[in-house]
Design a protein around this ligand. Structure first.
Ligand SMILES: NC(=O)c1ccc[n+]([C@@H]2O[C@H](COP(=O)([O-])OP(=O)(O)OC[C@H]3O[C@@H](n4cnc5c(N)ncnc54)[C@H](O)[C@@H]3O)[C@@H](O)[C@H]2O)c1
Ligand SMILES: [Zn+2]
Length: 405
């Protein structure tokens, strides 16, 4: 038996934010990030709509990108004091993910972070509050997914919390919020969405319910992302839907080792100046992982189906896989994302020598490879890598060398 779960309600289209006026509740806790939602007036609108619905409103503001365990614990304390029956999370993946984890801790104050990390082991939620998610980036689709990614900075590791209990009750996919994204964010989150859809399609947990969502999302990202990046707001709106479809697919079909590797490299070189931003990491690793996974016959066939669906050509599955890899690398070029960690420079632009020094990368490689294999996303990857293979694969991602194993 398999399960397919999505939010009960999804409101979409321009102006759909207004639906907040009609929601029921007494106290709403609005969780938000660093300031973009406030700056562009969305926070005021959200507050006004919730008040119009008769709710008392409080805020947890300043949730940082790649939120920490500490942020989650502090937010839960605030929720325990305010006692909301509605949690409204707005912003990118970071504040929404943090709010999901706060929600768990709010409903179960005794639960430890380690207990929250048990995959599909979450206790029953909704005894205290329901959850509304409003994305302002077009990538993570956390508004419809069963996941939340929280970083333990003492270990430099991202932990995906996973359970349908944390799938939001209501998602509001209003493209107005995505219009203010800076170009880099469009690129990164867009390639995150592409990776979600591709990994979901080849995942061992794919099914008839997830396949059409994944394929349609891939086609939309192909058609819309680069123009959205270049400022076309109709395409930007379309990308907001595309990423959500990709999320519906991967929340139910799960992901693969592109995400395992992104989770375990993202914060691993923190002290050298920057995170490897989630979407950029995915964009760099996806073509390498496709080459690795395509040694599995079923995966190769399914990559071929993707290539066919988006009209890449190719006479056989080998050629189709090659064309798919070439196409994704071209997308990276169009979006000014480097092809490998070595060239991952300031602000994620290309640099001859990026911020991760070679010797540091090699020194940390065994540990990162071990952690990546142990990541929750590895289990549904179509080809199970050994730690040794993972090390080789990560090296290919560092140097941009060919995957021939
Ligand atoms: N839960 C899931 O299913 C899932 C899936 C993939 C990734 N993730 C996680 O989500 C996080 C990344 O989320 P993200 O890529 O959405 O970025 P983010 O939430 O980290 O935001 C990045 C930056 O963009 C700004 N920003 C957000 N929306 C904006 C807008 N409309 N206009 C201007 N600025 C805006 C934020 O203030 C922030 O500074 C990572 O921690 C990643 O691991 C979660
Ligand atoms: Zn992702």
């Amino acid at each position: 038996m398999a399960r397919f779960t999505l939010p009960r309600d999804l409101y979409h289209g321009k102006g759909s934010l207004e639906v907040l006026k009609t929601l029921e509740g007494k106290k709403a806790m609005v969780c938000v990030g660093g300031g973009s939602m406030k700056r562009f007036g969305f926070l005021d609108r959200i507050e006004a709509y919730l008040k119009e619905a008769g709710m008392e409103v409080d805020f947890i503001e300043g949730i940082e990108p790649d939120p920490s365990v500490d942020t989650v614990m502090a937010g839960a304390e605030k929720m325990l004091a305010f006692e909301p029956d509605l949690i409204v999370a707005v912003g990118g993946g970071s504040p929404i993910d943090a709010a999901k984890a706060m929600w768990v801790k709010y409903e179960y104050p005794e639960i430890t972070f380690e207990e929250m990390c048990v995959v599909f082991g979450m206790p029953k939620l909704r005894k205290k509050a329901r959850f509304v998610a409003i994305p302002s980036t077009s990538g993570t689709a956390t508004e419809v997914t069963a996941f939340s990614v929280i970083t333990d900075y003492t270990k430099g590791i991202k932990y995906p919390l996973a359970d349908f209990e944390i799938t939001p009750d209501i998602a509001i996919v209003d493209p107005d919020l995505a219009e203010t994204m800076p170009q880099k964010l469009v690129a990164h989150t867009g390639m995150d969405a592409m990776t979600h859809a591709v990994e979901a399609y080849v995942s061992t947990a794919n099914c008839d319910f997830t396949d059409p969502l994944a394929l349609h999302a891939i086609k939309m990202v192909k058609n819309d992302l680069v123009e959205s990046y270049n400022g076309d707001m109709d395409k930007r709106a379309s990308m907001h839907n595309a990423q959500c479809l990709a999320g519906m697919a991967f929340s139910n079909a799960l992901l693969g080792i592109v995400h395992s590797m992104a989770h375990k490299t993202g914060a691993a070189f923190e002290e050298f100046g920057a995170h490897i931003i989630h979407g950029a990491a995915n964009a760099m690793y996806l073509p390498k992982v496709i080459a690795f996974n395509a040694k599995d016959e079923t995966a190769k066939k399914r990559y071929g189906e993707i290539a066919d669906f988006i009209g890449l050509g190719g006479a056989n599955d080998e050629e189709k896989v090659e064309l798919l890899i070439k196409f994704l690398r071209k997308m990276n070029d169009d979006l000014k994302i480097p092809q490998c960690i070595k060239n991952y420079g300031p602000d994620s632009y290309f640099a001859e020598q990026g911020f991760v020094p070679e010797e540091v990368f090699l020194e940390r490689l065994p540990e990162i490879a071990k952690n990546a294999v142990a990541d929750a996303c590895t289990g549904s990857n179509p080809r199970q890598p050994s730690v040794e293979e993972m090390e080789k694969l990560l090296k290919c991602c560092y140097y941009d060398t060919e995957v021939d194993f």
